[in-house]
Structure formats: C-alpha cells, structure tokens
Write a protein that binds this ligand. Sequence first.
Ligand code: TNX
Length: 536
Amino acid sequence: MKQLKNMFFISALTFLGFSCGKQQEAVPLDKHSIIPIPVSVVPAAGSFTLDGKTAIVLQADPAQVQLIGEYLKSSISTLTGLNLNIAQEDRDNAIVLALDATASDEEEGYRLAIMDKKILVSAPQPAGLFYGIQTLKQLIPAHGGKIPGVNNQFSLPQGSIEDHPEYGYRGMMLDVARHFFSVEDVKKLIDQIAVYKINHLHLHLSDDQGWRIEIKSWPLLTTIGGANEVGGGKGGYYTQDDYTEIVRYAQSRFITIVPEIDMPGHTNSALNAYGILNPGITVPEATAVPVDRKALGVEEEDPDATPYHTGIEVGFSTLDTDSPVTYKFIDDVIREISELTPGPYFHIGGDESHVTAMEDYIPFIEKAQEIVTKYGKKTLGWDEVAHAKLLPTTVAQYWAKAENAIMAIEQGSKVLISPAVKAYLDMQYDSTTHLGLHWAAYIELDEAYNWDPTELEAEIRREHILGVEAPLWTETITTMSDIEYMTFPRLAAIAEIAWSPKTARNWEDFSRRIAWHGQRWEAQGKNFYRSPKVEW
Ligand code: TNX
C-alpha cells in the first residue's frame, strides 16, 4: 500500500511538473469524499474551473440569501485564497445560488449541478442553499494554502447531486456546566459542526457544578452558582446578551440552539445560590467546598445554601418538589430563557434524580412541562421523563434506558436518539484515550458509525424518531482543543447517520472519505483523534 502511495505521489509530481500552467485534474464526482454522503450523486465528464474571475451570483431576494453568499465567499477565500465578487446578474464562470421551489420536495433539500461554465446550487429554502454550499466546499481541492491551485485555478468535477436529510433534528450537545466555555469557543464549534449539516446545538446550561446563564430575576444563580466548576476552578457564565449572540451566530449557520436547565436533580449550583430552594440535600463530602459569599460580593449569609460540588459524582441533588418557591423559580427561569430563544424546544433535563422520590418526580415533571408550554415551547427531557404523563409535543431523549424511550413512544411522544453506548462524545475511544469517561463504552470511530436509530429496538421505529444527537459531557474536557479531540472524527459519523439514507452508508467508504477531512482539519489547525481504523 505504502509503495502504491509512493508511486501515486511520484506520478502526481510528474503530472504537475510536465503540465506546468495547466490546472490540476479534478477527482471525478463519484470518487468524492463528501460527508454526510448525499442521497444521489451522478458524475459527468469534464470540469468547472474556479478562479479569481468566478462570480457568486444570487438568484433570489438578497434579503434571504445575501448572508449565504457572503458565507460562501469567505469560505472560498479561506480555502483557496481567491477573493470572489458577489453579483446579481447571471453570467458564465459563476456559482449561482438560486431559491427554487422545484429544486427539492424536502424542506432542507438542495440540488448541486456542476457544469462546464457554471455551478448551480438551488433549493426551496435558504437552509438547503447552505447545505448545498457545505457539499460544494468539500469538492474544492484546497485546504487553505496547503494544496495550492496551479495558477490559482481549482478544478471541480462535473456532475450533479440531489440531497436531503433523513432526519430533521441533527444535533450535538455541549455541556458548559461541568466546565465553562467562552462565547468564542462555542462560535468556533458552531462553525465546525455546520460543515456536517448539524442543525441543532443543545447547550447543557446548568448542573451540580455550575449555573451558566444569567437569570435577571434570580441574580445570585450566576454570581454564586456560576463561580465554580469540576475541580473547583472559577467557572463562568453567559450574560443574556452573550446567549443572544450565540443564538444569532448559530442562526447564521442554520443551527437552532436548544437550552437545557436540568431539574429537579443536577441542581446543586442553584442551591449554592439560594438556600430557600434546598430541601436539605447532602453534597458528597470529599468534593464539597464552602462558598465564600463575601469574596463574591454578596453580603448576606445564607445558612441553608449548599457548598460547591467540585467532583463528578451525580444524583445527590434535587429541588424541593413540595415548595411553591420552586415553581416560582422554574417559572422565572423557563420564562427568561424562552424569551431569548427563537427555537421551539426547552430542555428540562430530568435525568438521574436519584434523591427525588418517584411520587414527587412525576408531578414535578408534569408541572415543568406545563410551564414550558405556557411560554410557547415544546419540552425536551432525558428519557426518565417518560415516567410522567407526557404531552404529545414532548420529546424524550433516549440516552440510557430503552424501556423509557418505549414508554414515551407508547404515550405518543417522539424520541431523540442519543444512546450513550454509541453517540456519547465524552466516551473514550479506547483504554489509552487521555480524556473522557468509559462508564457506557469505549467508542472507536467504527462503533460510532456502524449503527442505525431504527435498529436499536424493535419498538423504536422510523416514525417515532425525531432525530439523532451526540452529547459531549465535559467533566474531563477543559479546552477547545479537548472538545475538538473528542468530537472529531466521531461527530462526522453521527452526522452521516442523521443525514444520509441507511442504504447509502458503508463503513469502508466512510473510512476512505474521512481521511480527506483529516487533511482539511490538519490544515485548519484543528485537533482530532487519528483513529487507527483510518488510513489518514
Ligand atoms: C450521565 S447523560 C449524565 C451526565 C454525565 C454523563 C457523563 C445524562 C442524562 N446524565 O450527567 O455528565 O453521564 O458521561
């Protein structure tokens, strides 16, 4: 194989050497490395030449597509160094972005036609154009100066692609509670996951170790509850303006933010701030650290408030499900966050409430669900919420127990598929991985790829499934580089499960395609796990 590679290298050099002045040969469209793999790819002979004179032509109301055109322009500039003009009139040597109701029957679908003198990206909705652009970017043979075009020309193979997603919800979750991540980090992640046509980012905004979003009616949540993290660091939080900035940025990448406030368990950070919410829980002694309220500028002592939890043990905290103050509290929190959130979902957590009696847990979840509805949102909750009576609009996120997911389905709810054994990005790749946990499984790249949401349980069928989400819990994750290492390449595998038809997916082919993505990530300076299952 190595010999073969060397031969290829030599012949490529020879080719470049002897064809000085000519552009590189385009890899035929059916030998592409597109992830997620499209529904249909039809190659044709010949190529399109992208160069400095190529224009981006907008064939649609600029109010709807101007930003998408600019995104394409800046993407091409980063990949190739070319600075393209954006124009309104049709012409040759153009990439045309067209809103066209006939381009696809599917809401997020698109068509990409690469012809001799034109590339046409068409879609019924702006989202489809954005996805068409993601596909197009993966056909440009340059990674940001590392594979320069000859004479600044880049060849793209002719042919056409028709594509649309299998599932409407394609998500990733980032836990910003165990460790806090800046707005800049979250934006960077949004850019990275948008490439793989992920369209939801679930933010786990509160947990035992930290409260990460400003709530104006309960200000100590962030002043006190935000000032801790796993290991006892200083934590951090998003102001409401920060959160809005994340929501807007995500929108520009066609990503919906799903906010989560975990309740009634996983709530120690709220109990650090307000003793009145504390039913008398015990923080694990080994990792409990007293809160120095004065040092945080809070004069009044609160003897009922809890110490910080700096460890990673779960299941010891709960809100007081009998107290009216609890419901005033969650009403305020759900209201303030819902007002800042254009997306349809509010995630109430509901997992691992081990110290909440089931007879208290059930009415609590039902009340929380009513409050979410009152503020115009649909409830998402971890699979345990299926013990309560769910509204038909409520979605249960299957992470641990199939029986819970099935209970939700029997109640008429849909399920979001995130099995820890397949889709958890915090699970180690193997026993040598220096980050992450392995309580559910070791998940190598092929394990993350080789499964299907419809094949987990006979009772969980296609029509019950809203989509797929890959959560990244951050007990052991502290930097952007750590996030990248655990997320890539596995998120690309999950994204293909969520977007591509089952019949088009195949591990051998995926492992070939992902190698090309590794080159691009390397050129971008992005960290990733070089799985031994792939010839990078
Ligand atoms: C289980 S997944 C949890 C989280 C942890 C995660 C670590 C879920 C709903 N609960 O609290 O962070 O395991 O893998």
